[in-house]
Design a binder for this molecule. Sequence first.
Ligand code: 13P
Length: 249
Amino acid sequence: MRTPLIVANWKMNKSIRDTETFVQDLLPLLSGVTEVEVAVCPSFVSLPALRGALSGSGIRVGAQNLFWEMKGAYTGEISPLMLVDAGCSYVILGHSERRQIMGENDAIINRKVRAALDAGITPILCVGETLQERENHMAREVVKEQLSRDLKDVSFAPGGMVIAYEPVWAIGTGVNASSDDAQEMTGFIRSCLARLYRREQAESIRILYGGSVKPENIAEFMAEEDIDGALVGGASLQADSFAGIVRFK
Ligand code: 13P
């Protein structure tokens, strides 16, 4: 049984004060939620405030990026060990915004995935096709390639890896994938993982859907066999809509 996982990706939003206010609003809305794991990934500068505000709540803290070296002369970068020190359980890697805007390629993402695991942080590895790739019937091919390159020589303990299927055309557009299409792709992702790893290992990996997830559509996604949770952007910025997603049942 895979425990459902709902992750907030705040991207480049919220001050330290906003972070504290969000948690004050969120905690009462989530009281009594025990069957869903929740994680919030703020900006680096809000990590200490978030960790403090969430302490004792069971909600996990995650980061949105890391550098692949543990320490050294890498001006401006944040190491996996620093994230461990800041209390991070998860790190989002391979997000399409970093692939497209920051030019991260699969070789870079692979180094980051391995560095996260070496430090004991669970990667949330994002994969997904662009609209053009979908229209050209290349979605499966693209996602398969991303998985095999990003996970090259990557090993992890059962449950120690999360994949997020985020079709690029559904991110921040308000146009979500249909639950059928999302299941088709997440099922395909699991079959790719079963080729890269043993079947039990592939079965242990939680696969999230991301792309315009809202309180109104989360239940449809969660009803699908291979969707184990959601990676939420815009709708994670307000405590009430994020809580509405966590309380999908
Ligand atoms: P939206 O939920 O705003 O579409 O963003 C999805 C996303 O990119 C999460 O990582």
